[in-house]
Write a protein that binds this ligand. Structure first.
Ligand SMILES: NC(=O)c1ccc[n+]([C@@H]2O[C@H](COP(=O)([O-])OP(=O)(O)OC[C@H]3O[C@@H](n4cnc5c(N)ncnc54)[C@H](OP(=O)(O)O)[C@@H]3O)[C@@H](O)[C@H]2O)c1
Length: 340
């Protein structure tokens, strides 16, 4: 039976927030798999801030999506045809299907391409969150780059989001004082009550400086930065001697039309003999299994939470993606494409 595929392709390079006209909706028959290939039906897509960067024609850690190409996206799906010894029909897998209903191509190997996931450990959406790419980012970014020690103060922005929620929960497990920064009272409440952070500062209330003084009275030892811009600049005024700043992302700058704003207060790094270091999750691909084992056990023991915000329907992709840049997602943003 010939299946029809449906895709979202990049039609134009966006200026500022992506518009509907930056996308092209296409339909085409799905080709049959060749030797070593599989066909995956997309069940759920991961909508990530990084997707905005991949739409720009600029050098980065991964090549830009070309005009006319299917938009790149991570996701989970079901193997519906297999000519690879690695997978059987019915396997539930995680990989990068792109924004489309079906994916066909080489099955990949142990560290690249598709991987089987175990739904007994956690539900499907958690495999796009705590046990997926954002969770791996949080775990390795915090432990390897942030190197928190028990008793230290760890501050994280985007605290109610996918990466931020896991950073804070891992830091708690490490015995740190954990403070979040998030937008709005509802998100801050969730971070403290449900995730067990010691405090959360609502940056939209305009009291970040005062909040940092109140909730980080002994300064900041590790700052895990997801947002960049003015928040990073303000945090730099509160760092401790030998502080570690993990540059994970800068979502406040991704749609800028006037140039990325760098930190004016960077000399704090000199005064405090501190360091600021970037990280890219893919560098840790060979160690994902360690983080999955550790955090999977915490999830099962009820010591960790994975909150997702699931939008239904491939058609809603353009509007759903923009939710990230407007703070409208509450938890890891996922797009349900087909039922399990
Ligand atoms: N380096 C890596 O390998 C890697 C991997 C994954 C993700 N990342 C980065 O990690 C960061 C978080 O990603 P995520 O997937 O966890 O997204 P997320 O936090 O689940 O969602 C994005 C959140 O960012 C906040 N935000 C949006 N615009 C903002 C602004 N102008 N100022 C401050 N906050 C703003 C909003 O929360 P509020 O309502 O709280 O404002 C929004 O809900 C992003 O910068 C992303 O690029 C990096």
């Amino acid at each position: 039976m010939e299946l029809m595929n449906e895709q979202f392709r990049l039609a134009a390079r966006p200026v500022g927030l992506p518009k509907d006209s930056d996308w092209q909706r296409t339909e085409e028959p799905l080709r049959a798999p060749e030797d070593g290939e599989i066909v995956v039906q997309t069940l759920m897509l991961s909508l990530d801030p990084a997707m905005r960067g991949w739409m720009n024609d600029a050098p980065s850690y991964i090549k830009p999506v070309g005009l006319g190409e299917v938009m790149r996206a991570g996701g989970v799906g079901k193997v519906i045809a297999s000519r690879s010894p690695r997978f059987a029909v019915g396997d539930i897998v995680s990989g990068a299907p792109g924004v489309q209903r079906y994916w066909v191509g080489p099955a990949g190997d142990k560290y690249g391409g598709w991987q089987k996931i175990d739904l007994r450990l956690a539900p499907l959406s958690a495999w796009l969150n705590v046990l997926g790419m954002p969770g791996m980012t949080a775990y390795f970014g915090l432990t390897e780059v942030g190197q928190p020690k028990a008793g230290e103060t760890v501050l994280v922005s985007g605290a109610a989001g996918a990466v931020g929620m896991t950073v804070g929960q891992v830091a708690r497990q490490r015995g740190c004082r954990v403070v979040g920064i998030a937008g709005g009272p509802e998100k801050c409440d969730f971070v403290v009550r449900e995730l067990g952070f010691d405090a959360c500062i609502d940056y939209k209330a305009g009291q970040l400086r005062e909040g940092l003084k109140q909730h980080c009275p002994n300064g900041v030892d590790v700052y895990f930065d997801n947002v960049g811009g003015d928040i990073l600049d303000t945090v730099l005024t509160r760092i401790n001697m030998k502080a570690r700043i993990v540059i994970c992302g800068a979502i406040s700058q991704y749609n800028t039309t006037t140039g990325v704003k760098g930190p004016a207060n960077y000399l704090a790094l000199l005064v405090k003999r501190a360091r600021m270091e970037g990280m890219v999750v893919f560098d840790y691909a060979e160690r994902y299994h360690e983080a999955i084992a550790t955090m999977g056990a915490w999830l099962q023991a009820g010591q960790m939470r994975s909150k997702e915000d699931i939008v239904d329907g491939l058609d809603n992709f353009p509007a759903a993606l923009n939710m990230l840049f407007e703070g409208k997602n509450f938890g890891k943003l996922c797009l349900q494409v087909a039922p399990l």
